[in-house]
Design a protein. Sequence first.
Length: 323
Amino acid sequence: MHRSTILPISLLLASSSALVLPRQAQSVATTAGGAPPNGTAPLNISPSAIADFSGVNFLENMESAFFLEGLQNLTKWNTKHQHDHAIDVVTRVQAQELIHVQTAENILKANNAPTFAPCRYTFPVSNSDEFFALANIITTVGIGAVINVVSGLAVTDPTIVQGPASILAIEARHDAFFRHHSVSDIPNPAPFDTRISSTYALNLAAPFIVKDSCAAPSFPVIPALKAQVTGKTTGSSGAITFSFDATAVSEEDLSKALYIGWVNQANKVNYQPATVDAGVVKSTIPEGMAGIAFAALTAQNAAEDVNALTGVTIAGPAPVQIS
Ligand SMILES: *[C@@H]1O[C@H](CO)[C@@H](O)[C@H](O)[C@H]1NC(C)=O
Ligand SMILES: *[C@@H]1O[C@H](CO)[C@@H](O)[C@H](O)[C@H]1NC(C)=O
């Protein structure tokens, strides 16, 4: 009796879900080379782990949207089949970012925390060179943010470090590809990648997000700082100029002794004196940096790591490609 009533319903559920969700999910997983971890999601994670996975959800949404749009563009720009290989790679990158989104969302949902729907985005890209260059910056920012996630979880939630650590290695492979297509054919410019704070990562993502198009994790907004550099610097050392919106910064902050704090690899922040005039900053690139560095305008030279520097950043950070 039960059978005859229950069976049609379960069949209906099975067939409708088979037609819609699992098939779509399966094709993303097939393209990505795998699905989210199929063990039980970790429960009772700490509030800072919730904040970390919220940030991952939010940033990976942006990455997957960026790569989806880039993929459509590369396909359009592929007039002489010159992008065949890149299209193959970016197809996987985009699917893998979606799997990372699903992984973060599974953890948030299991812990009754809100997930983040994608925003509308606007990316300043008009050709394949600009796409590869921005892909390099976006993946580097993602790597820096996930290093911070791993470092934080190691203290608060050590049993769940493995997922983000596994994501980190894949993001680094993505970045090696985009570096090759933009900055250099050397995938390994330095022995360490550079950690950034979640506040830095969210501020760097902000210009690409259409205002009020989505819910975002809350974060302190810092005025942007832009390096006046086209492509790479001429290596480490030498003069550098930055700009920022002077009306967004208090006179009082600017009346103090100012520095550019340089964040690179796993080193203490390196401070170089800076002069500021009408939103133009002149400073020096310190010696001994490689890969990408993040530069911040600040009125102190004591904060030793990027999280301490974040709290006292007047404008920034600016990604600066050193090598
Ligand atoms: C998880 O994935 C592995 C490998 O793909 C598979 O053998 C296993 O059955 C899956 N476990 C569950 C609970 O789905
Ligand atoms: C894709 O191309 C459009 C039209 O040129 C452009 O506005 C957009 O920024 C591009 N996006 C990416 C990610 O390449």
